[in-house]
Ligand binder design. Sequence first.
Ligand SMILES: NC(=O)c1ccc[n+]([C@@H]2O[C@H](COP(=O)([O-])OP(=O)(O)OC[C@H]3O[C@@H](n4cnc5c(N)ncnc54)[C@H](O)[C@@H]3O)[C@@H](O)[C@H]2O)c1
Length: 335
Amino acid sequence: MIWVTVPLGDRSYPVLVGDGVRAELASVLPAGTRRVAVVTQAHLGMTVDPGVEHRVFHIGDGEEHKTMGTVERLCSELAAWGLSRADCIVGLGGGLVTDVAGFTASVYHRGLPVVHVPTSLLGQIDAAIGGKTGVNLPEGKNLVGTYWQPSAVLCDTAVLATLPPREYRCGLGELAKYHWLGGGRLDDLPLDERVAACVRIKADVVASDEREGGRRAILNYGHTLAHAIETAGHHELRHGEAVAIGLVYAAELAHRLGRIDAAAVTEHRRVVGAYDLPSALPPGLSDDELLALFGRDKKATRQVTFVLDGPDGVEPVVGIDESDLRSTLDLIRGP
Ligand SMILES: NC(=O)c1ccc[n+]([C@@H]2O[C@H](COP(=O)([O-])OP(=O)(O)OC[C@H]3O[C@@H](n4cnc5c(N)ncnc54)[C@H](O)[C@@H]3O)[C@@H](O)[C@H]2O)c1
C-alpha cells in the first residue's frame, strides 16, 4: 500500500493506493462518524464496508445524470434517512460519482465529510484528488461546482480490472500528461506506482494552488485543443483520447516556438502511441473552427492561453501568433 498526503494544512488528507485498499475505509473515516451514505451506481456492483451503519444510494450512469436534479434527489433521500453532520458520504465510482458525491457533501447541511473511493483510472489519478466538484447544466459541463476537499481517498487498483478497455484507455490519456508534469517514464512503472506517482504530482500542484489561481493550470496540459475538439461536436472521441491529440499538438507547437527540441516531440508521440491513443485530428475540423474555440476555452483568461512544455517545464504561455497555431494544426492532420 502506498500512502500519499495531499498537504493542505488542517485539511490535509491521505490518499491510499494499492490492491485492495478499499478495505481500509473504516480506518480513514473521520473520528466519531455515526453513519455513512455510500453513493454509487447500481451496475458497478461494488461494495465497501465502512464498519458503521450505512446505506447505499444509487445515481445514474452517463453525463446526463451529473445534474442538479440528481443532487437534489440525492439530498432528499439523505434527508429522509436523517443524515446529519455527524455522518459521512462515501463516493464509490468513477469521476461522475465522485463529482456528484463531493458536490452533495459540500452543500448538504452546509457541508459534511466525504471520502472518495474512485473506481476508474481517471478517477484515481485525477477526478477524486484535489477537491474540485461539479455538475453539468444544459448550457455546459461542470458549470456548477465547489471546492470541497475529501477526508481521504482510497485508490484501490484491484477494481480497475473490471473497467471497460476504452474507459481504461481514456484514463491513460489523462495519465499521459503527467509524464511532463514531473512523472517521467511512468509507462515503465507497475500500475500501483504509476497511479501513486500521478496522485503525488496532483497533490503537489493542488497544495500550491488549491483554487486554480495559477499553477493548477498546468494540469490542463493538452486540454485546450481537447476542449475545442469536444466542443466542435466530435463526441465519438472520448475526453482522454482528445487530450492525447492535444498533447501531441502542444508538443508540436512548443517545438515550433523553439521551446523544446525534436526529441521531446518524438517522446510525446511515443507515449501517446504506447498507450494506444490517437495522435491525429479527426477529419472534418477546420482551422477556423478550432481557432475560434481556442479563444473560448473556459480556462483561457483574456487571450488564447496554451499550456506548453519548455526549458522551465510545463507552463501557461500567452500571446502565441495565430499563424503558428494554424501551421501546427497541419502537423497533426491525418493522412
Ligand atoms: N473533479 C475533478 O477534478 C475532475 C477531474 C477530471 C474529470 N472529472 C469528471 O469525471 C468524469 C469522468 O470520469 P470517468 O472517466 O471516471 O467517467 P464515469 O464516472 O462516467 O465512468 C465511466 C464508466 O465506467 C464505469 N466504471 C467506473 N469504474 C468502473 C469499474 N471499476 N469497473 C467497471 N466499470 C466502471 C462507470 O460506471 C461509467 O459507466 C466527468 O464527469 C468529468 O467532468 C472531474
